[in-house]
Write a protein of this length. Structure first.
Length: 201
């Protein structure tokens, strides 16, 4: 019986296991958003960042509270129990408000045709929101909120936060840039009116 000639058709190579994604630690996420935001947001895609979101919300709420003259006066002259109650309500309100902003952003992105998941969208939006607000909160300890420098920093960091939010929603929900802008517009305008520029009057 003759030996069959060798075939030129080679069996397909065995499928290689997908490389495991390295863990994205919260401190690398927070710091990286300032100097390599596109890379960090791409690495954070489809990942939740709940611990970083809670940490930043508590930190931001605490800084805003400590920078408030009314709270410092209450702490120095009034009952400490009342001051602790104010602090607790402030931190709780910051958590609820941040969660609400993230949920609205996710809902609007899905309404506009997005396909992202809830947990990564909400947690990363909260991270972006508070990371970009930290310079304003730190400056509030040395300058009044209506000082020109404070206003300039507030507007600059708010604009940077808008850009990061659009990049986040565009990547998480696979939306074109105009729809990503529409998904975050209302929330960012609300933050500009209520947080960055302070109350009117």
């Amino acid at each position: 019986m003759p030996i069959p000639p060798p075939t030129l058709v080679q069996p397909p190579p065995a499928a290689q296991p997908a490389a495991a994604r390295r863990r994205l630690w919260w401190h690398r996420l927070i710091i990286g958003l300032w100097y390599r935001p596109v890379e960090v947001l791409d690495e954070a895609r489809d990942r939740g960042a709940c611990s970083a979101a809670v940490l930043l919300t508590l930190l931001g709420g605490g800084l805003g509270l400590l920078a408030s003259k009314a709270f410092r006066s209450q702490w120095e002259t009034g009952p400490r129990e009342v001051a602790w109650q104010i602090a607790g309500m402030t931190e709780g309100g910051a958590l609820v408000a941040s969660l609400g902003l993230g949920l609205v952003t996710h809902a609007m992105a899905r309404t506009l045709g997005g396909s992202g998941r809830l947990r990564p969208t909400v947690s990363l939006f909260v991270v972006v929101f508070w990371v970009t607000d930290l310079p304003r909160l730190a400056l509030a300890f040395v300058l009044p909120e209506h000082h020109p420098v404070a206003q300039a920093v507030s507007l600059t960091t708010w604009g940077f936060g808008c850009v990061l939010a659009v990049l986040l929603i565009r990547g998480q929900h696979h939306l074109p840039t105009p729809r990503a802008v529409a998904a975050v517009a209302v929330q960012m305008l609300a933050s500009l009116a209520l947080l960055k520029l302070g109350p009117v009057g």
